[in-house]
Ligand binder design. Sequence first.
Ligand code: GDP
Ligand code: IMO
Ligand code: MG
Length: 433
Amino acid sequence: MDEKRKKADVLIGLQWGDEGKGKIVDVLTPGYNIVARFQGGPNAGHTLEFDNKKIILHTIPSGIFHDSAINLIGNGVVIDPVVLNKEVQSLDVDKDIILNSLLISKKAHLILPTHRLLDFVYERSRGENKIGSTLKGIGPAFTDKIARSGIRTGNIIQKDFGDRYDSLKQIHLKHIASFDCTDKIQIEGMDFEEYERLWFESLEMLSEMRLIDSEVFVNNSLNNGLSLLAEGAQGTLLDIDFGSYPFVTSSNTITAGACTGLGIAPSGIGEVIGVFKAYCTRVGSGPFPTEIFNEKGEKLRTMGKEFGSTTGRPRRCGWLDLAALKYAVMLNGVNKIIMTKADVLNSFNKIDVCTHYKIKNQKIDYMPFNIDDKDLKPVYKTLKGWKKSLENIDTFEQVPTPLKDYVKYIEDHVEIPVWMVSTGSNRNQIIKR
Ligand code: GDP
Ligand code: IMO
Ligand code: MG
């Protein structure tokens, strides 16, 4: 059995999310038997493009469009039945195929309608210090999980489900009443009662899906020689422990999250693939050392279509930050990196790259505790732009020399080879080395 056993590969974002993980997972899925989400929830928005279609996935893993793969939502994910149901209904694929190839952990926690209300009142009470949450109920759902009050998908079919739901709902409502919140809060444009009704309808669908003890399924599959790709959501710099706290999400977005979020021992992890953009973006509040406030930032936003996949908010844009990238590579044990959105830089004469920071005269080449220190200044190296379209380039040899130099400069800094360069949003726009 041991000889056959496969290790699980992990794909994670190395920046503040939206690195293009969904596209890359879609590209890599033909090489895997199983694709599994392990943390986060519907705060994620993973975009896939092929056959003139653009699909944004929030809860369903990005391997869903390959018939050969089984897709799993692991125990580390929090699920909003309404969002999941909507996603299943909206996909232009036979529903039976989805329902057959999609497995869900019984230990994944549910996002209740009141979790969404809580997210809203917490954010509002923070005033100017708001996190910039997607307001999908992520923080409150993970709070209940850690407080041991949460409800899991495996509880849905149990007799006491209704009582558990009511009791948790009442606790939430009492808590919400303690905030100065006089107006009626809407969820996705609906009143609470309407959303709650839809939630229960969607729960019905969820209860008919393939709910399993996924940690056993995962380990049996690996033992039997099946391959698995764990799909991260968000990015390393939004990690609850190592991100720019408190401006982070409420889960471990790093490789270690795949161990707890799927039930895979650390010794069972194989390759770790890190995805990063050729520049940086961030949506929501929090420190962003290389953020650009002039027309170049605006140009990155326009050329890169940098608007949130989940909320539609404009993303803040900045130069590539190698200090942050190195820090992310360290935390995740990355062996291969993939650069996306190289094409967005096509028309830039010069490209700045942050090599390290300075606080007063001290050089810092990682993300320090005090990343929001007013005295922290990024130090840049300016590289030459390639000023050429990357359309129809299939091999790395055909890549313009300044882009080769850009890739080499990154590799020298982070000491990891760039394995692929993505040159467009479509499945086919990828250069493999
Ligand atoms: P994810 O959350 O990491 O999956 O990333 P998102 O889907 O939220 O955001 C990435 C955006 O960039 C999506 O709109 C993708 O279609 C798009 N995208 C991915 N790779 C590339 C690329 O190489 N070039 C361009 N121009 N767009 C890309
Ligand atoms: P994907 O998987 C980018 C950000 C939010 C906010 C902070 C906390 O598409 O890369 P939350 O809703 O978790 O309470 O928000 O984290 N955020 C993301 N930013 N991509 C994401 O996911 C994100 N998920 C959450 O904007 O700043
Ligand atoms: Mg996204």
